[in-house]
Design a protein around this ligand. Structure first.
Ligand SMILES: *Cc1c(COP(=O)(O)O)cnc(C)c1O
Length: 444
């Protein structure tokens, strides 16, 4: 790896920011609603608010709540607000984490340790999830030494309840559901999975990382939203990301449990350290107070009315985009998405090529496979680009080669190849090589 030794003498602040500006010039542009995914944008006022709130507490350390009671208070209030939006009651408890990945990790860790007490006969604990569940489940299971059993979804991309039941056995400790799924924006049949959890006495974790901070407001705005939280019997835990549809910077999510008897398995406590009694609710040790303050600020700034207004705006943009896409004969939307996330597919044209050519026109659309599709996460900011997006789509679609054409752009061809490689081990090797390669300093 190329070396980058620390400079001998320091730089001027202005020069540092000049360099930032130069480096950022190649980044994806998200402020104008040209990006779908990664960034959740509610507008300039919310953005300015969260940055200022974060700055106010960014140096404070959430590790010791006795030293920073402000952070403890805001953290508990933020968690309690999300609980109230998730069908929780006075028994429901939760924790702040650094993101959806950590929230799912903590829920699975709690479930695993719960099972050690409650299901001592289990030798190798297993987790049963739909194939559409986020890879954070697989990652957590990998770290926690849990076996993952993935179950195909039905033709509408929803978790298949009979197939889930068939995949369960005496070692199953957790089943999973998503509200709503990242790939296709689908709401799994959570009431039925709750019944399954009660019948077999297993833990049901609902991953509402994506939907948790928009579904309650879509419902208040009049959209039909089935119950997915603690109002569903059989749900043990729920995760909801604040850094998605609550528009804060990345690094904050909430994981919630039906009661404290379940959450206790999440905590880590060590009492024999010369440095003092050590106890943390989740994975992190030291953590900046900035994101907790940003979350607290956004909840108070928007209130229910503001969240409903923004959710309605994003939903309106979603409905208009979907209607325009369905009107193009070559394109289709997969399944029946419940909120503001959906996927575009085609049985007639090469969808990866469509994505590449839309990106050439200044959009930023992520590609997905199994089956091939384009990912659309819609934010309130997208209300202003609906017409432009649809008119670009209408212009580009007639130029796209058919599904299996060989004349694909480099980007489209590479993605199509990795998705269809029959040897999944080889696909893994290729991605490993890629990751290894990009995380090395090279000449600029
Ligand atoms: C984003 C997301 C996650 C993972 O969250 P991170 O914040 O990226 O760690 C998990 N599940 C779903 C459904 C998501 O959309």
């Amino acid at each position: 790896m190329k070396q980058s030794p620390l400079r001998q003498s320091g730089m001027q602040k202005e020069d540092i920011f000049k360099q930032f500006k130069a480096m950022k010039s190649k980044d994806a542009v998200w402020q104008t609603g040209r990006m779908f995914g990664l960034i959740y944008e509610a507008g300039e006022d919310v953005e300015a608010l969260v940055k200022e709130a974060q700055a106010e507490f960014t140096i404070a350390n959430g590790l010791n709540p006795m030293a920073f009671p402000s952070l403890l208070r805001m953290e508990n209030e933020v968690v309690a607000t999300v609980i109230s939006l998730t069908g929780g009651d006075s028994e429901t408890v939760g924790s702040v984490t650094t993101g959806g990945t950590e929230s799912i990790f903590m829920a699975l860790k709690a479930a695993r340790d719960w099972s050690r007490t409650k299901k001592p006969a289990v030798s190798q604990p297993e987790v049963v999830i739909p194939v559409t569940a986020h890879p954070a489940w697989n990652k957590a299971a990998h770290y926690l030494n849990l076996k993952v059993v993935t179950v195909p979804v039905d033709k509408n991309f929803r978790a298949d309840v009979p197939a889930t039941e068939a995949a369960m056995n005496d070692n199953t400790i957790v089943i999973g559901a998503t509200a709503v799924t990242y790939p296709h924006g689908i709401m799994d049949p959570i009431a039925e999975l709750g019944e399954l959890a009660l019948k077999h006495e297993v833990w049901l974790h609902v991953d509402a990382c994506l939907g948790g901070l928009i579904l309650p407001f879509l419902k208040k705005g009049g959209t039909h939203v089935p119950a997915y939280g603690f109002d569903v019997p059989g749900v043990s835990s729920v995760s909801a990301d604040i850094h998605k549809y609550a528009y804060t910077p990345k690094g904050i999510s909430v994981v919630m449990y039906r009661d404290a008897s379940l959450r206790q398995y999440q905590f880590f406590i060590y009492t024999d350290w010369p440095g003092g009694v050590y106890a943390t609710p989740a994975m992190s040790g030291g953590r900046s107070g900035g994101l907790i303050a940003a979350a607290w600020a956004v909840f108070h700034y928007l209130g229910e009315d503001g969240f409903v207004r923004l959710a309605t705006q994003a939903k309106q943009a979603t409905d208009n985009l979907r209607a325009g896409i369905q009107a193009i004969p070559e394109l289709t939307v997969l399944g029946d998405p419940a909120a503001t996330v959906f996927a575009i597919a085609s049985s007639k044209i090469n969808i990866f090529e469509l994505g590449a050519r839309m990106n050439d026109r200044g959009w930023h659309i992520e590609t997905q496979h199994l089956p091939p599709s384009l990912h659309m996460t819609v934010s309130p900011v997208h209300a202003k680009i609906v017409d432009q997006f649809l008119s670009d789509l209408k212009a580009v679609v007639p130029e796209i080669p058919p599904v299996n054409a060989e004349t694909l752009s480099e980007q489209a061809a590479l993605y199509a190849m990795i998705g269809t490689l029959p040897d999944r081990k080889l696909a893994h090797e290729m991605v490993l090589q890629f990751v290894n390669d990009i995380y090395c300093l090279k000449d600029r």
